[in-house]
Design a protein around this ligand. Structure first.
Ligand SMILES: [Zn+2]
Length: 163
């Protein structure tokens, strides 16, 4: 079950993302590269998780705050890739996302980027398969284990599961 944002992508974009869904955790840095995006691990201002800008020399550049925990950096990168795919025309001088993924874009656009980021990092067929395989564990533990396999936060996975 993919988001409605997924349906807005071109076949090529969908195929590119799907080609990264054979191996987990999703190699989100390599995915950005596959879209021609340069990714930099940077020291960003406190309270800023990431940004995407168009650079005259390098094309699109995503910077992820290297001081955030790894799972968060991965979500930020997927979120910025989602802006690239969905909101290219609105990037302008750049989109800067704070820790709550708020930027100069509308809340609707931010929610779209979050949903597509979830599709990128936590494809439901994999989540459902792993949750089923771990059925001997209590739900809390299952969620912890699957979040760890996907290198996402427990909060992100719970949200994905509608909890
Ligand atoms: Zn954003």
């Amino acid at each position: 079950m993919m988001s409605r944002e997924w349906l807005l992508l071109t076949e090529m974009e969908k195929n590119t993302i799907a080609s990264f869904h054979n191996d987990f955790p999703v190699k989100v840095g390599a995915l950005a590269k596959a879209f021609g995006i340069v990714v930099k691990s940077s020291t960003l201002a406190a309270g800023i998780s990431g940004e995407i800008k168009k650079d005259e020399r390098s094309g699109y550049v995503i910077r992820v705050n290297r001081h955030d925990v790894k799972a968060r950096q991965r979500f930020t990168l997927a979120h910025e890739i989602a802006h690239f795919l969905l909101h290219k025309d609105s990037i302008g001088d750049g989109i800067v996302d704070d820790i709550l993924y708020r930027s100069s874009l509308s809340d609707t656009m931010e929610a779209q980027a979050n949903r597509l980021a979830a599709d990128i990092l936590m494809p439901m067929p994999y989540v459902n398969k792993k949750m089923a395989e771990l059925s001997q564990y209590r739900e809390e533990e299952r969620i912890e284990k699957v979040a760890s396999l996907l290198e996402v936060s427990i909060t992100a996975l719970k949200y994905r599961l509608g909890k």
